[in-house]
Design a protein around this ligand. Structure first.
Ligand SMILES: Nc1ncnc2c1ncn2[C@@H]1O[C@H](COP(=O)(O)OP(=O)(O)OP(=O)(O)O)[C@@H](O)[C@H]1O
Length: 350
């Protein structure tokens, strides 16, 4: 059986390919050319991926997907930030740039209906419900299930995560045992656009001109000036530049009136939020409220919540304890233990 492995040129995907190759699969390497412009990380990644394919003696395909990345990720981010939200690119990228196009390419061009990646997560087929379940990785510190909540059942059915049962230290050890060139390659940062541009601010500044406006408190009193709402995110404390007796946080972004609204920590804490574009993963959409644990950011803990289904692929999340810094545009992903039940995009707070 052949499996197409998405090779970024990093240690994780290289090791995933080596493990499958060693298990006897006919492995084909596939690297997506993602970024327009300088794209140094892309060219280095492509060379390392080619090197790994040469080492393993497997074919290597490169697919130019820069237009799709530009439209679905770069334009999406720029539009979101200029509208005063903080979009999460990674779940969108996984679904529309990586897994979807890779599986399509594998099926159409390589007569394969399976792709593998170096993601840390697990997939389990549940016989009784007939659904593919998405589970957290065994290595909780590396777990990437949060970024994968938006994968459809079809995409999960066609995907394999060879590293889901491993600790990261095992991956490095296996990479070294196989003598892979990438065995000691440093970890990539969580966000590739930050890595290739130096910072999110530097990335956004390429697309959005500075636009001076007022920093106000919740009553509308002017406290200072800002240079563009896209430079701020809900819950942000640093970089506001206003002296106050209590620390000030960004509690709202009014892009229409070009205002950044600040307040004390209590004002950046909310008991509930609505979530749109919901994808139910390990279970079918429920018709009544369910209890779960939700994560509102990649690195935030999963906290107890009641999920109330609404119409049009939306839900309301009511937290047992009010949550600080619920950020429109980020993903909320809800779990039952290690199982991803579903997730979606946090909507602007009303
Ligand atoms: N440009 C790409 N082309 C093909 N597959 C990719 C590409 N970028 C990422 N992937 C796949 O998605 C997985 C997760 O990507 P992520 O950007 O999170 O990198 P990572 O966890 O640092 O993994 P790696 O060490 O393989 O770079 C990779 O292991 C790889 O299988």
């Amino acid at each position: 059986m052949n499996i197409v492995v998405g090779l970024s040129g990093g240690v994780d995907s290289s090791t995933a390919a080596a493990i499958l190759h060693n298990q006897g699969y006919e492995v084909i390497g596939l690297t997506l050319w993602l970024m327009k412009g300088k794209g140094q990380c892309c060219s280095e990644g492509m060379i390392d991926a080619a090197y790994i394919c040469e080492q393993l003696g497997i074919p290597h395909h490169i697919v130019d997907i820069r237009e799709v990345f530009q439209t679905n990720i770069v334009d999406y981010l720029v539009a979101g930030y200029s509208a005063g939200i903080t979009p999460l690119p990674c779940s969108q990228c996984n679904k529309t740039v990586k897994f979807g196009p890779m599986l399509q390419y594998a099926k159409r061009n390589l007569a394969s209906d399976k792709i593998a990646t170096g993601h840390y997560a697990r997939i389990h087929y549940d016989d009784t419900t007939g659904r593919y379940q998405l589970l957290r990785a065994v290595d909780r510190n590396k777990d990437q299930s949060y970024f994968l909540y938006d994968l459809s059942q079809d995409l999960l059915a066609g995907s394999v995560f060879p590293l889901g049962e491993l600790e990261k230290s095992d991956t490095r050890r296996i990479a070294a045992e196989y003598g892979l060139k990438t065995a000691d390659k440093p970890e990539s940062q969580d966000l590739c656009l930050v890595e290739s541009n130096g910072s999110m601010r530097a990335f956004l500044d390429k697309y959005l001109a500075p636009k001076q406006g007022e920093i106000v408190d919740a009553s509308g009193k002017v406290l200072g000036q800002h240079d563009g709402v896209h430079h701020y995110t809900i819950g942000q404390r640093k970089g506001i530049g206003i002296a106050a007796p209590e620390p000030l946080y960004v509690i709202g972004l009014d892009a229409v009136n070009n205002k950044v609204i600040v307040g004390d920590r209590t004002k950046a804490t909310q008991p509930e939020c609505t979530v749109g574009r919901v994808n139910w993963v390990s279970i079918a959409e429920p018709s009544t409220p369910i209890k779960a644990e939700a994560q509102i950011r990649y690195r935030s803990p999963a906290v107890p919540v009641t999920i109330i289904p609404l119409e049009n692929s939306r839900v309301r999340l009511v937290f047992d304890e009010p949550q600080f810094s619920i950020t429109p545009g980020q993903a909320a992903v809800w779990y039952d233990g290690e199982k991803v039940l579903g997730g979606g995009i946090i909507e602007p707070l009303s």
